[in-house]
Design a protein around this ligand. Structure first.
Ligand SMILES: [Zn+2]
Length: 502
């Protein structure tokens, strides 16, 4: 197990950033809760996606229910095709994911589309046995990943959605008619989804209940190359790991079209926008790539798939699935519901195609944390700090008195109230010594801390400390609102504020 992962898990638990759900009951694996700092950072990650991706591209954002009748998943193909191969120990009855167990023991890769009989043969041929008790394993069989439930007195068969996007497909026709859409158009959603994983693990990477932020771009397949804003990104370089290549290549968006690496401009455009979003999150370009996914490994509905991956202490982690779903979804739901989901544009009737940008919120949270998690030695002491971009800092600033006496707490409260009234999100902290408070704030990623000291009472001023540099500047209390407006809303650098303050 990677050291950094262990360190992050220890930190997450100690600061209640995220932790197992139903902890006091020893709840089942695969469910995670977020504490106050973690949840704020998570929410800000979503907010940045909304601003820089959804709103920037004029998408419509909707919000849908998580439980749906099984008719939906019959039409979507999930009831029959959304399976993992499993095998069971004949003696101790433990379950294993067949393809993963084979890989662990023999190193052989068997992609998702490998027939189930083939896996059974490999288990026999290679004499793969139960890792726990060394007994024989059963033939591989399909295990459906849907989380089932029943509703109402009639016990209607329902499932929890395995991907949030199904809501978007079902609502497309309504949106098209009532929101006066012209294609291409993106519809986005943040929401929960559920998969009955056999072996949930690595905390936020394989959960049973998880959050997704998704955008489904609906377009006329004949117009896949008619993208208005393509000029903006045509020279932007996208990191690709193609199937037949060993190294990451940096290829300009326009060259993806020229060399026919992707199916059209719309796809190159959204690959560029996706990579730009993660640059915005503070992830360095050298830690990102779009991995081309082979036909055998692609989800059953996809014609072209690029997994967007970020390099972490655990290796490359997929955070966004980019799928060309074609007409698969709207066609399936047209047949399943007996409703015509085609559109008419320019006298042409057709079923729109879909390009999907389906992101994992919790995975994005983890890769942002992994990248921001820093350690250094300060005067022989270990310091951990979370080098988050300002937009993800869980509070605009902390504020506290140097000591808890001599009117300093009162003064601190007064300044905090002034900043709160001006609309800032303030953390007040009076527990422990000032050194421990700074340590706590650094670890939770707060970018700024205001300290009220004895001089503050005399001179009506205070210090602002910046997290990464640990530098402090002294400013007038009356100027604080203006300074934080510059730091938080205008994104002006702390160093510039430093120079301009006397
Ligand atoms: Zn066993």
């Amino acid at each position: 197990m990677d050291n950094k992962y262990e360190e992050i898990m220890e930190w997450a638990s100690r600061r209640s950033i995220f932790y197992p759900s139903c902890e006091i009951y020893n709840g089942p694996a695969g469910f995670w809760n977020f504490g106050p700092y973690g949840e704020t950072i998570r929410r800000k990650i979503i907010e940045l996606w909304r601003k820089k991706f959804v709103q920037k591209e004029n998408m419509l954002e909707i919000y849908g229910s998580q439980i749906m009748p099984d008719e939906v998943f019959k039409a979507s193909g999930h009831l029959t095709s959304f399976n993992d191969p499993i095998t069971q120990c004949i003696r101790c009855k433990n379950f294993y994911r067949a393809d993963e167990l084979i890989k662990k023991i023999t190193g052989e890769d068997h992609p998702e589309a490998t027939p189930i009989d083939e896996l059974s043969k490999v288990i026999k041929r290679k004499n793969i046995r139960c890792p726990k008790c060394d007994s024989q394993l059963s033939n591989a069989k399909k295990y459906n990943l849907m989380v089932k439930t029943n509703i109402g007195v009639s016990n209607k068969e329902c499932s929890l959605r395995p991907e949030a996007c199904q809501t978007i497909f079902l609502d497309f026709n309504r949106m098209y008619k009532t929101m006066r859409i012209t294609l291409p158009k993106g519809i986005a959603q943040v929401g929960r989804a559920f998969r009955n994983e056999i072996s949930p693990r690595n905390s936020l990477f394989r959960e049973i209940e998880f959050s997704q932020f998704e955008a489904e771009i609906f377009f006329n397949p004949k117009e896949i190359n008619e993208i208005k804003n393509f000029e903006e990104i045509k020279d932007y370089k996208i990191n690709l790991l193609r199937l037949d290549k060993k190294k990451i290549e940096k290829i300009k968006a326009k060259d993806l079209i020229k060399k026919e690496i992707v199916s059209g401009k719309l796809i190159a455009y959204y690959l560029a926008r996706t990579q730009q979003l993660y640059e915005k999150y503070g992830i360095p370009l050298k830690k990102m790539r779009f991995r081309e996914v082979s036909k055998n490994e692609r989800p059953f509905y996809s014609k072209e798939t690029w997994d967007f991956e970020v390099l972490t202490g655990l290796g490359w982690i997929e955070v966004i699935a980019n799928n060309y779903r074609g007409e698969y979804d709207l066609k399936g739901h047209s047949e399943g519901s007996n409703k015509d989901l085609s559109v008419i544009e320019n006298n042409e009737k057709f079923i729109p195609h879909i390009w999907e940008v389906s992101g994992g919120v919790d995975r994005t949270f983890y890769v942002v944390i992994d990248n921001a998690f820093k350690k250094e030695k300060v005067k022989k002491e270990k310091r951990i700090f979370l080098d988050l971009i300002s937009e993800l800092s869980p509070y605009d600033t902390a504020i506290f008195p140097l000591v808890n006496k001599d009117n300093l707490p009162e003064k601190s409260k007064e300044v905090a109230q002034m900043l709160k009234n001006a609309g800032f999100n303030i953390l007040e902290d009076t527990k422990d010594s000032i050194g421990r408070r700074y340590r706590r704030l650094d670890e939770c990623g707060l970018k700024y801390a205001i300290t009220i000291d004895y001089d503050s009472i005399k001179n009506n001023d205070c210090t602002i400390r910046e997290r990464n540099s640990m530098e402090q500047i002294r400013v007038k209390i009356k100027d604080l609102k203006e300074i934080f407006r510059k730091l938080i809303y205008q994104g002006i650098d702390f160093n510039k504020i430093k120079i301009s303050s006397p």
